[in-house]
Write a protein of this length. Structure first.
Length: 319
């Protein structure tokens, strides 16, 4: 279970809650490579009475077939539409004002549709707003939590946008989601052990995109996972955690070691620098060097009973 909730995020949550009664439509920006894991259940609770446009950003990095599945999944939900875009491509953003009007329904002729843009850190909210505005208004960066306060901007199509700081929820109960978020860069690299993230990610890529992984790193084989005794160890004061390598079925540690040995991580005496392998894998994954990949599908969404912990986390945050 990952806990990570800086003070400015708590302030942002309060600001969102206070502003929502005046909002017609919420835009939630998601990472198209992990639309479930990058959706904040706390935000879903806050805006449960507001129509939502789900923007799947970084669609150019995601698997197109999986993206179509996610768009269909969201479009089937009430008062919800979904659009996959590359936020740096202005032409792909032109549909957004019309979709906001459609979701808002009847709005007085003398005012704009009021739209709040929200999402977790580092999913492209500020890049989206700059693209819609046609100029640099919101600060962007490749580090989480660049936006620190609410910003307001009026765009073409009679839409008034309110940007909000990226907000993570206090506890990420789903360990698979925590590792996917870390792999994408939405969580700072210091939040979870960097090598552990790369080990789990290597195993997941072996399960979902074996050809891409083998081709990129010239791997002859993807070793199956055999549990190591230490992998079953759980800290005495911590909750039992799923064995993510066993669920993936591949030995991420061995795969990462092979990547490291091929990419400058082989030291004198045959010692392998796993941190070097982690740097290579995660950097290249985040920049699309392995091809267009998606780390989860709608079928990976836990059953409702398994989501109760996330709902509790959302309730704690609003106390």
């Amino acid at each position: 279970m990952l806990g990570w909730y800086p003070g400015h995020m708590n302030k942002a949550r309060r600001q969102i809650k206070e502003a929502l009664p005046e909002i017609d439509v919420a835009i939630e920006v998601l990472d198209a490579r992990l639309p479930y894991s990058s959706a904040n259940p706390m935000l879903a609770e806050l805006n449960r009475h507001t129509p939502v446009l789900k923007i799947l950003s970084r669609a150019d990095l995601a698997d197109p077939e999986r993206t179509r599945e996610w768009v269909a999944h969201f479009d089937a939900q009430p008062d919800t539409r979904a659009l996959a875009v590359t936020t740096t491509q202005a032409r792909e953003l032109k549909r957004i004002p019309r979709l906001c009007h459609d979701l808002a329904g009847q709005v007085r002729a003398d005012r704009d549709v009021r739209v709040m843009v929200m999402g977790i850190p580092n999913v492209g909210k500020s890049t989206l707003i700059n693209g819609l505005a046609g100029k640099a208004i919101a600060k962007t960066g490749n580090e989480p939590a660049v936006t620190k306060r609410q910003q307001k901007v009026r765009i073409a199509g009679r839409v008034a946008l309110v940007d909000t700081p990226g907000v993570l929820w206090p506890k990420i109960e789903d360990q698979a989601s925590a590792y996917r978020l870390a792999a994408s860069g939405a969580i700072r690299d210091t939040a979870i052990d960097y090598v552990d993230v790369a080990v789990v990610t290597a195993a997941e890529l072996a399960r979902r995109y074996p050809e891409a992984l083998q081709a990129r790193y010239k791997l002859k084989a993807l070793p199956a996972y055999a549990p190591h005794p230490e992998a079953e160890r759980v800290e005495a004061d911590g909750p039992e955690r799923p064995d993510l390598l066993a669920l993936a079925g591949f030995d991420g540690h061995a795969i990462l070691a092979e990547i490291a040995s091929k990419r400058g991580g082989l030291r004198a005496g045959g010692e392998v620098d796993l941190h070097r392998g982690a740097e290579v894998l995660l950097h290249e994954l985040r920049h699309g060097k392995l091809g267009r990949l998606t780390l989860e599908t709608p079928a990976d969404i836990p059953a409702p009973a398994a989501e109760s912990g996330e709902n509790v986390a959302g309730s704690d945050a609003s106390a």
